[in-house]
Design a protein around this ligand. Structure first.
Ligand code: ATP
Ligand code: MG
Length: 239
């Protein structure tokens, strides 16, 4: 699935609640948390994921199939990696999820994996989608690999990620370039998204063509969400 919407509309909060509900159903789940927002999902004693901070040294050394096989629920937080390394890291994780569920012939091979990625427009190259991510996105599902990509800038996303999502959850979007991009991927008229209030969303089912409005205000999370985007300057301004 894809979760799309302007900054501060509630994508990460909602997705966290979905992960709390669904990630335990997968043999393996990886959350790629570029901004380290979901520390609340990794609090000791009640952790949905273990946290794995990936600095340069770990970037070089981690064997991802082995790591995911051993640890199973991992929240990956890149630390001081450059854009190219971040893209490469996500490519390796995508390949590992596919390898474990499809290619590797090992005892007790996992049968399902959930790979989620927040701030996906900063992790993926709009003009050149990593082949490993492409393979996971287009062919993962029949091997038990499912994905969630979240973004506030669909205009900066590779079209394949949006168009190859079975479900899309749209929060408020008002930028014309983003609306245009959404309209390329779906039958849904994205101009409607301008009218959504914060925490309201529209869920689209690509195959059936159905869509339905949801209110995520009461979606509920057992674990806290830490977001640094509430804006210290905003209170000083009249509107
Ligand atoms: N359903 C909700 N209940 C309670 N608080 C919420 C809810 N949805 C969002 N929030 C709060 O609103 C703020 C913005 O939400 P969130 O971080 O999910 O936005 P976002 O769409 O992911 O934004 P960005 O694109 O900037 O990451 C956060 O402080 C979050 O905790
Ligand atoms: Mg967010």
């Amino acid at each position: 699935m894809s979760v799309i919407g302007a900054s501060g509309t509630g994508k990460s909060y909602y997705t966290g609640s979905l992960l709390e509900d669904r990630a335990p159903n997968f043999d393996i789940s990886v959350h790629f948390d570029l901004e380290d927002e979901e520390g609340g999902l990794s609090v000791e004693g009640n952790a949905l994921y273990g946290t794995l901070i990936v600095d340069r040294e770990r970037f070089e050394s981690i064997d991802w199939p082995k790591c995911l096989f051993n640890h199973r629920q991992v929240r990956v937080v890149p630390d001081a990696l450059d854009d190219e390394e971040i893209q490469e890291l996500y490519g390796r994780i995508s390949a590992a999820a596919m390898a474990l569920c499809k290619d590797l012939e090992i005892d007790d091979a996992p049968e399902s994996a959930l790979v989620s990625c927040d701030e996906a427009h900063q992790v993926l190259d709009k003009n050149k989608l990593d082949s490993r991510v492409n393979r996971m996105q287009t062919g993962g599902r029949k091997h038990g690999v499912e994905t969630i990509h979240l973004t506030q800038r669909p205009a900066l996303m590779p079209l394949t990620i949006l168009s190859q999502s079975d479900r899309r959850v749209y929060f408020h979007v008002s930028e014309q370039r983003d609306i245009k991009k959404i309209n390329k991927a779906s039958v849904f008229d994205a101009n409607r998204l301008k009218d959504l209030k914060a925490r309201e969303a529209i869920v689209e089912n690509k195959h059936s063509g159905e869509f339905e409005k949801i209110d995520t205000d009461n979606c509920g999370r057992d674990r806290p969400h830490f977001s640094g985007d509430d804006g210290l300057l905003d209170d000083a301004l009249p509107v």
